[in-house]
Design a protein around this ligand. Structure first.
Ligand code: THU
Length: 128
């Protein structure tokens, strides 16, 4: 039976607004309290204003008062599972630290990573 966080990420992907790339991504972020915040990519005609699924989920969570997180799931329809982009790794690091990242596709292929491995030697508040 599939973990709820993963099914929720796959469902969030269905809400993606990706008319330009046609590349739909879903994310589900689990807080320490067990709440799940979802996100999908939201594209824009300027392209540059596009928001990734992970950042939508992250900012929804922050805006609703959550501050501690356990895991994030990222869903896309690729055989080589899609990892968070560089900008999202930075944002996830700043709000979540070395969080567990679960990648999934609609065929149920799953991989688990730690953010520290995907994003070694991050810049963060400790340097300021
Ligand atoms: N995208 C995400 O939502 N998350 C990622 O980690 C990788 C890329 C989106 C942005 C854009 O809408 C589309 O995927 C193609 O890059």
């Amino acid at each position: 039976m599939m973990d709820t966080l993963l099914t929720v990420a796959l469902t969030a992907r269905e809400h993606a607004f990706a008319p330009f790339s046609k590349f739909k991504v879903g994310a589900a972020l689990e807080s320490q309290a067990g709440q799940i915040f979802t996100g999908c990519n939201i594209e824009n005609a300027t392209y540059g204003l596009t928001l990734c699924a992970e950042r939508v989920a992250m900012f929804k969570a922050i805006s609703e008062g959550a501050r501690q997180f356990r895991r994030v799931a990222v869903a896309a329809d690729t055989d080589a599972l899609t990892p968070p982009c560089g900008a999202c790794r930075q944002i996830l690091w700043e709000f979540c630290g070395d969080i567990e990242i679960v990648l999934i596709n609609p065929r149920g292929k799953i991989e688990t990573h730690r953010l520290k491995d995907l994003f070694p030697k991050p810049f963060d508040v400790s340097y300021l």
